[in-house]
Design a protein around this ligand. Structure first.
Ligand SMILES: [Zn+2]
Ligand SMILES: [Zn+2]
Length: 298
């Protein structure tokens, strides 16, 4: 018990207000960071897991956070670096007594990718799921895993879909452009403070900028997957200059760079200079385990 308390303290999230712990600050390549995973804290208590990249279960354990204690898991998209640990997390939560219940939010399907419900059925479905031994999560008229497919259809249209509306926080989603992949950004609001988790998105995500223009989030987490300059997959990710442009449009109180890939970190000085052309606020490059408060706008 003492060990769990000490490990939970390692996240160093504040005891009040809205804060986000970065459990995984890496991308899809084995470069020494866990894949994207963010633990949203309200008044010091972990409530939401946003993304479940490889290593998320390990980082939850290190932090002393039992996944069955969370309200929900929200997946920005179904790339393996963002969703790979989902079945392992559900397996861990299956040891809870009484049996755990969780809400799961993720994008609907379009073309190349199944929607979240179909993705989970391919994993846990009783008849043909790869992990059908965990099918009890989906059993009965009110399954313990309550899945919602969130509209991801139009990244040009500024539209927020409200997913959770509880007295102490609200969670909503905005469709973003990430190549052909259905993808979402998430917004958490609590007590006058806002945290925006931009997810994997390219600069062709006009609806994101428009929906959140001048929203003044105390915390904006954006993904630092590519360096500035030509020859990069800009149809999938924002280069640093376009990250800075979004942070400026939103008037973010602080910007945290995550999904840090070596190719971007190797040219970090050039990237930060490009980002600084638009955004003058505080910028941090996240490491696994860091926690960031989302302060209300002054
Ligand atoms: Zn990614
Ligand atoms: Zn992705």
């Amino acid at each position: 018990m003492m060990l769990a308390v000490l490990m939970a303290g390692a996240l160093a999230c504040p005891a009040s207000g809205l804060a986000v712990a970065v459990l995984g600050s890496g991308g899809p390549i084995a470069e020494g960071r866990a894949g994207p995973a963010y633990l949203v804290h309200i008044a010091g208590r972990p409530r939401l897991l946003i993304d479940a990249g490889p290593g998320a279960l390990l980082r939850l354990g290190e932090a002393g956070v039992a996944p069955e204690r969370l309200d929900a898991i929200a997946l920005s998209h179904l790339h393996v670096d963002h969703a790979g640990d989902l079945p392992a997390i559900l397996k861990s939560a299956n040891f809870a007594d009484p049996p755990a219940r969780l809400a799961l939010f993720g994008p609907d399907g379009r073309g190349l990718f199944p929607g979240t419900r179909q993705h989970v059925m391919a994993l846990l479905g009783e008849q043909s799921g790869a992990y059908r031994y965990l099918a009890d999560w989906l059993a009965g008229p009110q399954p313990r895993l309550a899945i919602t497919d969130v509209p991801s259809g139009d990244p040009d249209r500024p539209h927020e879909t409200l997913l959770v509306d509880w007295p102490d926080y609200r969670l909503s989603a905005i469709a973003v452009h990430h190549g052909v992949v259905p993808a979402l950004a998430f917004v958490v609001r609590s007590g006058g403070a806002t945290a925006v988790l931009a997810g994997d998105q390219s600069e062709f995500s006009a609806g994101f900028d428009a929906a959140l223009a001048a929203s003044r989030p105390g915390l904006l987490i954006m993904h630092h997957a590519i360096p500035e300059g030509p020859g990069q997959p800009r149809g999938l990710h924002r280069p640093p200059a376009r990250i800075g442009a979004a942070a400026a449009v939103l008037q973010a109180g602080q910007l945290v760079l995550s999904h840090n890939m070596k190719r971007a970190l190797d040219r970090q000085d050039e990237g930060l200079a490009a980002l600084r052309q638009s955004y003058a606020g505080p910028v941090s490059i996240a490491v696994d385990g860091a926690c960031y408060a989302a302060s209300p706008p002054q």
